[in-house]
Design a protein around this ligand. Structure first.
Ligand code: FMN
Length: 185
């Protein structure tokens, strides 16, 4: 059966290039991986007191992660680091203590910016947090993506060379997920 990937996009704005990039990846992955977008914009800022009556958004997030074969974190770069919406979601799903939803899930990180460095600093900062919560990260190959409007029509990649490169990365991630499943079984 096709593996499903929970996709978390760190930007909450409607016109997010990271969301468009993630949607373009989802289209490229069709038939190989099923990308399922996870809502993180309605999570409250992490507060331990809220566990007294867990917010519905938190319960839903934990269920979405539990149901996923793998996780894709798509982060914008904010001040050479990752987006707070993403770290907020990551912290929520590590709790309650002893019920960390991320532990042992195969995962990858990507992201895009109009800037020349392609979110390299932001993604590398996120690697530390993602591996700290027990995600099994695919470190290589990497995708640091400098956004160019001319390569996309909405959320569809129109640039053939980019599509070929990103398609290769999807194959690598799919292979990583398959190998992981064998090891864990
Ligand atoms: C608070 C803030 C900090 C930013 N810092 C960086 C940065 O360090 N490096 C970078 O390449 N772009 C930076 N940017 C620009 C973002 O890459 C750009 O706004 C991008 O469109 C954000 O992603 P989104 O379209 O998915 O929301 C920053 C933007 C914001 C709002």
């Amino acid at each position: 059966m096709m593996k499903n990937v929970a996709v978390l996009v760190g930007s909450l704005r409607a016109a997010s290039i990271n969301r468009r990039f993630a949607e373009a990846l989802a289209k490229l992955a069709e038939g190989r991986l099923a990308f399922r977008f996870v809502e993180i914009g309605d999570l409250p800022i992490y507060n331990d007191d809220l566990w007294a009556e867990p917010p519905a958004a938190v319960t839903r997030l934990r269920q979405d992660i539990a149901a996923a074969d793998a996780v894709l974190l798509v982060t914008p770069e904010y001040n050479r680091s990752y987006a707070p919406a993403l770290s907020n979601a990551i912290h929520w799903a590590t709790r309650p203590w002893g019920q960390n939803a991320w532990a042992g899930k195969p995962a990858a990180i990507t992201g895009t910016t109009p800037g020349a460095t392609g979110t390299a600093a932001g993604q590398n900062a996120l690697r530390h947090l993602a591996s700290s919560v027990g995600l099994d990260l695919m470190i290589f190959p990497e995708v640091y993506w400098t956004w160019k409007d001319t390569h996309f029509d909405g959320s569809t990649l129109t640039d053939a060379e980019s599509a070929k490169f990103l398609s290769g990365w999807i194959d690598a991630f799919s292979g990583f997920i398959d190998r992981h499943t064998k090891v864990a079984a």
